[in-house]
Write a protein that binds this ligand. Structure first.
Ligand SMILES: [Zn+2]
Length: 272
């Protein structure tokens, strides 16, 4: 009886995969670094499209037999822009990266929703953002890539409206655009929402986790337990939901080295 319980718990833990965002290791990396990531038990890497070496990263990950995801570029790109020219550029560049990911048999691409230039413009830009995101989602699926829409930190001033700024808005976008969810644990904590409740509300829409710790006020991207928001029950909560995707360590490269990350107990033991 005891053995059975232990076996089923082990089986549950195996469903959650250990990944790392390459944003975490800074702009300069080599094949040797990616090999070390593989040797430390990671199942996959999320490539940061805006890295100088992003093109190389696809080849390195392939060579190391790591699964591949992609964080799509977002600086200067705004899906909720009021300007059609900027939207056209955003869509074209995003599609180029989705194609590249598909070429390397990548599984998922993560996207941000952008922002209304002023919160008063939200009603005007929301349908436009939905239409553009739906176009990208259809394009992704046609290329065997799953598009994941990530929760963001609301603008506390409410000058701009960041999409999505709350769980209701997030679910509405996911349903209207046939995209799935990437849940950033650090963003969620600053927004003030509870992890377990959010995982339950997302249900089967949840396909990836961005993992980092912070102080509940700023998006510091700390290693687990260096802040105050990681409660060491992440894998437990996910397993209970039958979650079978990646937990992606998305750690501040300006504070930690790759060695710091690889030797951290939360990474070594994957105990979070
Ligand atoms: Zn994130």
């Amino acid at each position: 009886m005891k053995i059975n319980r232990k076996m089923s718990r082990t089986k549950e833990i195996i469903q959650v995969e250990k990944w790392i965002s390459l944003w975490s290791i800074g702009q300069e990396y080599s094949l040797e670094d990616i090999k070390q990531i593989k040797e430390h038990g990671f199942n996959g890497v999320e490539i940061w499209a805006e890295h100088h070496l992003a093109e190389q990263a696809f080849k390195y990950a392939n060579e190391c037999d790591l699964q591949i995801g992609l964080h799509l570029p977002f600086h200067d790109l705004n899906l909720a822009t009021q300007y059609d020219e900027i939207a056209a550029y955003t869509l074209a560049l995003t599609k180029k990266w989705i194609k590249k990911l598909a070429y390397y048999n990548g599984s998922h691409a993560v996207i941000h929703g952008g922002q209304a230039m002023a919160s008063e413009d939200l009603d005007k830009v929301y349908p436009k953002m939905i239409e553009r995101l739906k176009e990208l989602s259809d394009f992704s699926l046609a290329n065997n890539v799953e598009l994941l829409f990530e929760n963001q930190i609301p603008d506390g001033l409410n000058y701009m409206h960041i999409l999505p700024s709350n769980i209701e808005e997030w679910l509405d976008v996911l349903n209207k655009t046939n995209t799935k969810a990437c849940l950033d644990v650090g963003h969620l904590a600053i927004q003030g929402d509870e992890f377990k409740d959010t995982v339950n509300r997302l249900g089967g829409l949840l396909k990836s986790i961005h993992l980092s710790d912070n102080d509940g006020k700023s998006d510091l991207h700390l290693l687990p337990n260096d802040g105050t928001v990681i409660q060491n029950n992440i894998i437990n909560v996910l397993s209970k939901q039958n979650y079978q995707g990646p937990v992606v360590f998305e750690i501040n490269p300006y504070k930690y080295s790759l060695k710091d990350i690889l030797e951290h107990p939360s990474v070594k033991e994957f105990n979070i």
